[in-house]
Structures are given as structure tokens and as C-alpha cells.
Design a protein around this ligand. Sequence first.
Ligand code: ATP
Ligand code: MG
Length: 491
Amino acid sequence: MSDAPSTEPAPAAPQPRIVEVQQAVTRELDRIAPVIDELGALFEAAGHELCLVGGPVRDAMLGRRHNDLDFTTSARPDDTEAILARWGEATWDMGRAFGTIGCRKGPWQVEVTTYRSETYDPASRKPDVDFGDSLAGDLGRRDFTVNAMAVRVPGRQVEDPYGGVVDLAQQVLRTPGAPEDSFSDDPLRMMRAARFAAQLGFDVAPEVVAAMTAMADRIEIISAERVRDELVKLVCAPYPRRGLTLLVETGLADRVLPELSRLVAERDEHHRHKDVYQHTLTVLEQAIDLEDRLEGGGPDFVARFAALMHDVGKPKTRRFLDDGSVTFHHHDVVGAKLTRKRMKALKFSNDEIDAVAHLVELHLRFHGYGTGEWTDSAVRRYVRDAGDQLDRLHILTRADCTTRNKRKAARLAATYDALEERIGRLSEEEELASLRPALDGNQIMEVLELPPGREVGAAYKHLLELRIDKGPMSEDEARTALLAWWAERRG
Ligand code: ATP
Ligand code: MG
């Protein structure tokens, strides 16, 4: 692409050598011996082939451990189920039509799928599944060579017909056959390329990138849910910049996350304002670095996606003023709206949409804080408006500072520290998280001698506003204030 965005070098994963890969596999196979030896023997005795396959083989080579193990077999689902039922503690059908039976035993969870030779109807979204008879056929239908390796059990013979070990050592994603054929069979694999680049820190082979670029529009036939699931995995991965850069450079982002592409398109060649696209990727990485401040730690999809979307309102709101300066008025509100629309199209849950859009809308609030001249009431409002997103808002606001000016950055961080401290102090004194007026609805009805209705709601709201402005008040004070408000309201 001639106008491809220049990207800062993405972090690379440490590169293993082939001997190390082999040693890592041996270690992992020893660790999971209880499963592979027993299950391997059971399938062999019944006259079937069984192989560890895909993710667990790839991750074993990378020195990563899993207790979730995927297998592929020559057995048909009914036979698989009968064998697993004898071995495990619980067995279930993961989708018999697709040939997958699940099983749990102690810490191990296994999924066994019958060899496939899928044929795709290019016009439909769903693959038709045909069971196959050979491991080679099954591996040839997989997405990338590093995912197309297997270990036969119980013998532990490694099967690597497409050179996956070499690609893994060189940290590159390649398709087993021609990438054009693979992506036309299942366009979701283009998203999966970006996802695995982000998860593994690998490069994508140039011919694969070329096919993604040429075929990006085919992603449209894939259901929003499947695209979303890959996007979530990409965003929650250790190297999201790699995956996102790939989506943007291949044009896939134009289809699945056009708001991100638009940040690139809106670059200002005259440098009157900072590059919003690069800023966004940096904010995302800074937010990731702050995730350990969250109760559950990371990866946190909502915080990350809010970081990614926080400035998407900028292109639409950019105005150049006569004096040469630039403004983005209300880009927070516009950005929240665009975020909502995109997440809805991607079929996210309402809770996720609300959380991310809320953060985008609030990401600028702190900038009115100046050097600490917010009143207590402004601090209470900040807490109340953030609601259950407060911890993430702290992260997003801190991450949003990407100035290279170290003094300025330190000053902003210190100011935010001070705000968090004030919130902590006020919270201790006033239980800020559960702000309530001194009188509840029943008491309000009693004082004003009113039946339930809209007036009671208005009275409650008034007392809550007072509570936020003035801090805690006694029931008597609240009663007096309520009567005064009522008298004025009735004129
Ligand atoms: P994780 O489960 O951690 O997300 P994984 O590598 O197990 O990662 P899955 O999506 O679970 O990935 O897929 C399991 C295996 O099935 C992959 O390793 C790959 O070999 C194959 N596979 C899955 N989806 C596809 C697809 N759309 N096209 C081709 N092969 C696929
Ligand atoms: Mg898996």
C-alpha cells in the first residue's frame, strides 16, 4: 500500500531455536503423559488413531502449558464418546455434527474431534463438515502451519507435514496451502492471522498479508459474532499493536473497525496536531501496563477497548481555526456514540457496550481538574458519574497522557495521584460509592404528605443533588431543605 501508515516497531517475542523447541515438547509431553498415554492406548486398542493437535502442540513447542488438550482421531463421534466415557469423569457432546466430544478427568479437559475434510460452500457462512480418514487431510485444512502439527499417541511421533516447526522457530504465520485458497474457504482465517500475530508476537508471511489485502472484503460474509470473538482475543493478547496494525494495513479494519482506519486517514500532514492513530496505540499499551491496578488484574477487554476507541470522535469533530490551531469539541460524546454503534454491530452485550461507551464519554472529565481546584462536590460528581467504571476511568485517564515532555507527564501523573487520594479520603468519610440522600422515598412521602409519583422522584433527585453539593447532612437538615424546596416549587 502506498499510503500505508508507518508504524513504530512492535515488540517481538523471544525467538526459540529448533533444539529448544524439541526439548520443550518432550518436557510438556512428559507432563501430560497421564492423559496421552492412557487415552492413546485406549484408542489404539479399539483400532483408532489418536493425535494431540493444534494449539496444545504449538504451545508445547513454545514452552507453554495447558490442561485443556485438543485431539484429533480417525474414530467416529459415537466411538469416541464410548471410549471417553470409560476414561473420564464427565463426557459431553460439543457438537456431534462437527464431530467433537468433550471430557473431563481431574485437572484435565480434553476435546476429541474426528478427522475432518471440510468442504465449504463459498456463498454460505457455515462450513459443511465431512469426516475424513487421514491425519494429513485433517492438518491440511487447518489455518496456519504452526497450528497444523500433531503428535500421534501413545507413540509420540511428531507429524509436521507443512513445516510448522521451522515457521514456529522463525516466528512466522504461514498457511499450509495457498493463502488465497485458505481464505476463500474460510475468510475468518484472515482475522485469525491478526489474532495469532497479536497472541504469539509472530510476523505474518508477506504472501499471507498480500492475500489478506486482496481479499479483505470477503470478511463481510462472516457472522459478526465470529469476527467479534477474534477481535476480543486480539485486543486481549500480549501484542495487540501487531494485530491492529495488520488489520489497518490490510484494509480488514475498514470492514470490522472502520473507526480505527479513519484515525489513520485523518492524519494531519501539516503537523498542526499530534497523530491520533499512533497516540491511540500508545494509550492502549499504557493502559495495559496499568491493568494490575484493577481488582482482577488483566487482560481487561473493557479497559483496552475503551483505550482503543477513546478518540474515535476526533475525525468527525476536527475544526481548524483561523489562527491555525485545531479543536475537537465534543469528541468525547461523539466518540461514545460511534463506539456504541460499532459494538452493537459487532453484537457485544449491552453491559459491555455501556461500560466502554461510558468510559469514552468520560475520558476528558479530568482535564477540568487543573491543578486541584475541584470542589468536593465536583469530586463527588466525578465518582458518581463514573459509577462502577471508576477504576477503569483512572487507568484510561492516566494512559491518555502520551506527551514526550517528561516534566509535563510527571505533573499530570501527580495531579491524578492527588485526585485519587481525595477520592479515597472522601470515600472513607462518606461512603461515596453508595451516595444517597438523608431521606429515602418513604420518608419524603411522609414529610410532603404525597402519594408515590413523579413529585417524589423530583424531590429525591433534589436531595441527592444537595447531598453531592454540600456533603453529608442530618435527617433534620434534609427535612428543612425538602420543605423549603417544596414551598418554592408550589410557588
Ligand atoms: P485458543 O483456543 O487459545 O484461542 P487455539 O489455537 O486452540 O487457541 P482455536 O480457535 O481453539 O485456537 O482452534 C483450535 C485449532 O483448530 C487451531 O489450532 C487450528 O488448527 C484449527 N482451527 C480453528 N479454527 C479454524 C479455522 N477457521 N480454519 C482452520 N483451522 C482452524
Ligand atoms: Mg482452542
